[in-house]
Write a protein that binds this ligand. Structure first.
Ligand code: FEO
Ligand code: CA
Ligand code: CA
Ligand code: CA
Length: 561
């Protein structure tokens, strides 16, 4: 059997649904969240009421609105610039969200982690890149400081009252982690002479640990402090960044591109070096029966790779082996200096292998993939789903979703089978899949990430899809397997960070970079969410309504027939 009997029983309990096996870890703290009594023991009336609600797709749209399918409504929980305490404000370009209830018995009160991926200087610091021939002239350190404050993450206590979620302002748990928060490393050797790095940035997607801490992943770190690149003689050279922070703060690029863990209550942060350094989109963890941990993480860059860390000790994200995927031969290849002579020839030790993980992966023969982004474990089958967003250079405009089946369904297996689960394109109605989330019935939710500069371009490959959207693939019923568009983002925006509340009644979702194509703040391309400032603001919304509840209860509804 796939998962052990004790775990199986503890989840399924009285609401047993035949052969469906769901590992409780995923249910208790994955994107699949907690089954509470509300969800597992929904009343007859609830099931009857929801049964007749039809899941109807919405049309693709280019409107500057957050459009939702019938049976869904939304409200803004928190937006960029909102005060979360007397000291701190909510950051910019919110991405990954993760909600952990403070008390397991109360799904309506808890701590929300939100990633803040990158700063758009036009809005954040008033520095207009688009209006300068030489962007770095006339730029001040105060502007850069404002940009650095706007990224990282926020922890906010949120509560639902009368059907509306809001931030508990000045709650002692509310805090910011920024690009200038000192963060220790979980490693025995310093990197570029330091054991404490300055800040975290490029926080895209993330994860949650089996011990209920937040994981935030540093993705396009090269955009902030540049990168060190090596020539054919293995000589390092500095490559400049897009935002140019390295001109103001001399922090080494090697301090970014890591998986970062955050303690929800204390805000204590640590960077996990053993998971390698690259553009980590996300990190999805699974706890084995013996409490060792498996962590899947993708490198969102064209022609980069999928990695998996397997710990050798219970609960460790330090002791263990990092592997990289050869998806053609179905092999996990160990990024292990001790046992791989090809790595010994190029790198001086394991630390250098991890810092230069991309180069090490290529030396081992890892498979180049089309921008691996989010990763989720199917709570029903245990298969691993990975979005491959696109690879325009290779002619893959619409991306696909890759499915990995580990041999014998063992997460620490060293072999697997990889197949395409669903291809993007007009036939399936979506393009450029990015974030994934499974709900409590095992329906798969997908967000898309067509770039702002290529969306809605007449004659371009993305024209038919219009604005970025949220889709669901139902698992049961007459729509099973179909990709259904249920939300359409405001102009230039991307919907990110889908996360279900523990009672399955709220979908937390980020609206990131509305109005990203704006050249003049007085004439923005979006004004969402339409507050008094008349400029676009990234925000986290709560999506509720019968359709959200129905999808989470779909397994029970279908079972009753
Ligand atoms: Fe930040 Fe790969 O999306
Ligand atoms: Ca993403
Ligand atoms: Ca996810
Ligand atoms: Ca993306």
């Amino acid at each position: 059997m796939l998962y052990n009997r004790r775990k199986f029983i503890s989840f399924v309990g009285k609401a047993s649904l035949g052969a469906t096996i769901i590992p409780p870890f995923l249910m208790s703290c994955g994107n699949t969240t907690n089954p509470t009594s509300d969800v597992t023991n929904a009343s007859e009336e609830t099931l009857k009421r929801l049964k007749n609600l039809v899941l109807e797709a919405i049309e693709a749209s280019d409107k500057d609105e957050l459009l939702l399918a019938n049976g869904m409504e939304s409200h803004v929980i928190v937006k960029w610039g909102d005060k979360i305490s007397d000291q701190d404000t909510f950051g910019f370009n919110n991405d990954y969200t993760c909600f952990i209830p403070l008390d397991k018995e109360n799904p309506k009160d808890g701590l929300l982690w939100v990633n803040h991926e990158y700063a758009d200087p036009l809005f954040v610091s008033g520095f207009n890149f688009r209006a300068h021939d030489n962007p770095m002239e006339n730029r001040t350190v105060e502007q850069v400081d404002r940009e650095m404050y706007s990224v990282g993450g926020s922890i906010v206590r949120i509560r639902e009252e009368n059907g509306k979620w809001s931030v508990v302002k000045n709650d002692p748990y509310n805090r910011r982690i920024t690009a200038q928060t000192p963060i220790k490393i979980n490693w025995n050797q310093p990197i570029k002479g330091k054991n404490i790095f300055m800040g975290t940035n490029s926080n895209c997607s993330g994860g949650i640990t089996p011990w209920n801490t937040f994981i935030t992943c540093e993705e396009n770190y090269h955009s902030m402090f540049g990168e060190t690149v090596y020539d054919e003689n293995n000589e390092p050279k500095k490559k400049a960044s897009w935002l140019g922070w390295e001109k103001f703060y001399n922090y080494p690029p090697e301090h970014y591109g890591w998986v970062v863990e955050i303690d929800p209550k204390t805000g204590d942060a640590q960077k996990h070096i053993a998971l390698g350094r690259f553009s980590h989109e996300c990190c999805t963890l699974y706890e084995l029966d013996d409490k060792r941990v498996v962590a899947y993480t993708g490198d969102d860059k064209a022609d980069e790779h999928i990695y998996k860390f397997v710990s050798s000790k219970p609960g460790s994200l330090k002791e263990g082996t990092l592997y990289v995927a050869d998806t053609i031969n179905g092999k996990w290849l160990a990024l292990d200096w001790e046992s791989q002579s090809v790595l010994q020839e190029k790198f001086k030790d394991q630390t250098e292998v991890l810092v230069r993980a991309r180069e090490a992966a290529k030396l081992l023969g890892a498979t180049e993939l089309n921008r691996p982004e989010d990763i989720e474990i199917d709570p029903v089958t245990g298969n691993i789903f990975i979005t491959l967003t696109n690879n325009k250079r290779k002619g893959d405009y619409h991306g696909s979703i890759l499915k990995i089946e580990e041999t014998d369904h063992k997460f620490d297996s060293l072999t697997f089978k990889a197949t395409t689960y669903k291809a993007g394109g007009e036939e399936n109605g979506f393009s450029c899949p990015d974030n994934l989330a499974f709900d409590m019935s095992g329906n798969l939710w997908i967000t898309s990430d067509m770039s702002g500069s290529s969306m809605n371009k007449e004659g371009g490959p993305y024209m038919p899809f219009k604005n970025n959207s949220l889709f669901v693939i139902p698992r049961y019923g007459s729509d099973a397997g179909k990709v259904i568009r249920v939300a359409s983002a405001p102009r230039d925006a991307e919907l990110t960070g889908p996360w279900f509340s523990p009672d399955g009644k709220t979908l937390f979702l980020s609206v990131q970079h509305p109005g990203e194509q704006t050249k003049d703040v007085n004439n923005p391309t979006s004004k969402w969410p339409f507050d008094q400032d008349n400029i676009p603001k990234p925000a986290v919304v709560a999506i509720q309504g019968d359709l959200i509840e129905k999808m989470n209860l779909l397994r029970q509804i279908e079972k009753k027939g």
